[in-house]
Design a binder for this molecule. Structure first.
Ligand code: ATP
Length: 288
């Protein structure tokens, strides 16, 4: 472990996991700082869920060092589990109970739970507090799952594809919830397929492909580092559209300004989006 390991909520070195002939995780390194929202991004089968399950202590590993809140999840105790919030995809809460009854019930598993009413408010389910679980929509259900993940007052919240299946409005509401939790100081790891989700929420992110990290950093820095070339487009006087990929777009525009002696017809300067960078990094450039 590094000299800074004690500042890291999650410290992973050389993680490997094999399922028979399939190498799901092929040497992942990750360092998640306390208090940050970290996005794990990658295409289907990249190894995200396997990694999160190992961090949760729900799956064994074949190699590597893993420290989550200073503890190896393979040797996890009940005390450690109460510090790590896990949001299950298919929480088996009894469908006949109300939201309030369920959150209260789960709070009893913890020594120092958060106030159930406050948590219900935090996830925006106050108006549904008296509704039975079976009457909740998919998005409301997911909010309840998060409520159950945070009722113990975890220091670290692990979320595997939390917004899959959400409509755009529900996704945005969910982002607000994640921001609120982050503002309270909770460290959050979330996996996602959605670029805009990672960009909206994550302080830093790692792009995973074929079981290893192919890029890591702040979203804007990743875009700059891996997609530094801009595209300058314009139209020649005879109507021919032209474009140039360049690291110095300002100079290109200055040259064109001089040549056209004023306004440049059809001028457009664009930089690669994080999505372009992501597709390139994960080898899916031709995906769109
Ligand atoms: P997705 O975005 O589709 O959820 P992921 O990045 O979470 O994918 P994993 O679920 O970790 O990826 O899967 C990584 C690889 O391991 C895939 O090839 C998958 O088929 C395989 N795999 C995952 N779980 C198992 C398992 N229990 N048994 C066998 N193979 C598995």
């Amino acid at each position: 472990m590094t000299a800074h390991a004690k500042d890291l909520a999650v410290d992973v070195r050389g993680l490997r996991k094999q399922y028979g002939d399939v190498t799901a995780v092929d040497g992942i390194d990750l360092g998640i700082r306390q208090g940050e929202v970290f996005g794990l991004l990658g295409p289907n089968g990249a190894g995200k869920t396997t990694t999160v399950e190992i961090l949760q202590g729900n799956r064994s590993r074949d190699a590597g060092e893993v420290s989550v809140l200073g503890v190896d999840p393979e040797t996890a105790t009940r005390a450690w589990r109460s510090r790590v919030g896990i949001v299950w995809q298919d929480e088996s809460a009894p469908a006949e109970l109300t939201v309030r009854e369920t959150v209260r019930h789960f709070s009893r598993y913890y020594r120092r739970p958060r106030d159930p009413e406050e948590v219900i408010g935090l996830v925006g389910l106050q108006e549904k507090a008296g509704s039975r679980i079976k009457a909740l929509s998919g998005g409301q259900r997911r909010r309840l799952d998060v409520a159950l993940g945070v009722i113990g007052g975890p220091e670290l919240l692990l979320l595997d594809e939390p917004t899959t299946g959400f409509d755009p409005a529900a996704r945005r509401q969910f982002w607000e919830l994640i921001r609120k939790l982050a503002d309270e100081g909770t460290t959050i790891l979330l996996t996602t397929h959605y670029l805009e989700e990672a960009e909206a929420l994550a302080h830093r992110l790692a792009v995973v492909a074929h079981g290893h990290v192919v890029a890591e950093g702040e979203p804007a820095a990743l875009r700059d580092r891996h997609g530094s070339e801009a595209t300058v487009e314009w139209t020649e006087p005879d109507g021919t559209p032209r474009s140039e990929h360049t690291k110095t777009p300002t100079r290109t525009v200055a040259e064109l300004t001089h040549r056209f002696d004023g306004e440049i017809p059809g001028l457009r300067v664009s930089r690669p989006t994080l999505e372009d960078v992501y597709l390139r990094l994960t080898g899916q450039e031709n995906a769109r």
